[in-house]
Design a protein around this ligand. Sequence first.
Ligand SMILES: Cc1ncc(C[n+]2csc(CCOP(=O)(O)OP(=O)(O)O)c2C)c(N)n1
Length: 564
Amino acid sequence: MQMSGAQMVIEALKHEGVDTVFGYPGGAIMNVYDEIYKQDDFQHILTRHEQAAVHAAEGYAKVTGKVGVAMVTSGPGFTNAVTGIADAYMDSIPLVVISGQVPMSLIGTDAFQEIDSVGISRSCTKHNYLVTDAADLPRVLKEAFYLAATGRPGPVHVDIPKDVTAQIAEFDYSRPVEMETYKPTTKGNARQIKKAIEAIAAAKRPLLYLGGGIISANAADEVRAFAKMTGIPAVETFMARGTMGADNPLVISMLGMHGSYAANMAMSETDLVIGLGARFDDRVTGKLSEFAKNADVIHVDIDPASISKLVNAEYPIVGDVKYVVEEMTTLAKGKVDPERYAPWLETIDHFNKLHPLGYEEEAGTIKPQWVIERIGQLLGEKANISTDVGQHQMWTAQFYPFTRPRQFISSGGLGTMGFGFPAAMGVKRGDMERVSINVTGDGSILMNIQELMTSVEYKLPVINVILNNHFLGMVRQWQTLFYDKRYSETDLSMQPNWVGLVESFGGVGYNVETKEEFDAALKDAVEKNVVAMINVSVSRFENVLPMVPAGGSLFNMMLEYKDK
Ligand SMILES: Cc1ncc(C[n+]2csc(CCOP(=O)(O)OP(=O)(O)O)c2C)c(N)n1
């Protein structure tokens, strides 16, 4: 069928079953927006900033497991989107980002709103395209969705010049994707899997090291079943929170820079690391030469480039973690004896009792950790929890009782302040049944505050809980510990009128000084079901502990900090 390039974009989205596009129009993409006006196959959500459009698409993708879609114009529209694209790339989130470009005749002339978008996105996308002929659009868009969702997921960028969106060509979406050089391995090598099981059966202190790849692969059930059958304990990365479920007796909390004592000690003492969909990130390993020093490593990952990148794997297995773990479970039957690991579980129990995750209550102030626990007690399973970046983010990962994958949505790899609120809007759009909470800081929330308008207009209520310490807390913590308390540019004593601010957009706001007020505010915000801002005054100088100082070894945690 003959149609314009702009119509093809709409048709392709229809074929892909897209129900939501987050975006912001402009000159170079107007032909496409004109077609959006004429259709009702999907809803377009007009965010108030392109960065927010991409974060919202990320939140939507993370909570649903589907490909998120964002659309922006050329030049500043695209550069605003780049932070979101880089964020999605670091966290392996499947996205298709479509940008307008100046007409082909103007490319390279420093035309109005021209920027080399594909040049910019090359280093932060799984793949990108500049489409120079409308006849290529069906193939390119089909490939873009396929690439984003398969293998190790990630963002794919499609840049379309304005004259290409006007060009008429044949639209045929029926041809299967054929990419000679892209064929992700899903099954994993059978011999390697067998060898891995032998290693597990011979180990005394095996440890499952669970990464975000398990959540991307929808493999949490398989991983839980494997752990249960073999009796092997597990640590979760920040990205994997919720994989095992907080009430699972085999999970030893999060590991890494702000991981629990028990999780970090288990990793230091294990004799066999079973890495599943995890990438041995520096925030997890600490000093590499000291990481799991006495252990062999089994590493299962869909991305061959991730294996032995940082830590050498004796048993590399390239494959889909869902498939591989299923195979491992079948093979382990009768071969792996949980009794063998009983002394190891006792050791871990001892670690847990020695230094459990916790905090000291202080009369007259609310501790930020308490707020997280309280949201967990009041809403638990019923909420999806997004965060911004900082101390509040780490406390959320430590203290929220996540019971399921896709419940925790946060910016792990890039650590993008301003992620939380728009992502939580996308989360709401993807899961209207649950309450969408954004735990944020008084610094982070101001980085995408304009989304209050989007949230009200599209009825995508988010409850923003500000753990307000009047500081850029995480940076302040480092200044306390490593810069002799020189609080250079981190003091946020100057504050807006939070309640007035949110009310001016049509939402509700609460200033909270006591625990009772917090409970009442959260209950009221859930009932009102509009965008909310709960501004909680928390103790100013609280530190996130334990802490492995950057470059330190996992077993050398700072467990407490006492002011001299
Ligand atoms: C866009 C961006 N700029 C700067 C930083 C560096 N940074 C990391 S945490 C942090 C402080 C965050 O403060 P706030 O949002 O108030 O949260 P808190 O740590 O107090 O909980 C900063 C500035 C960042 N992560 N992202």
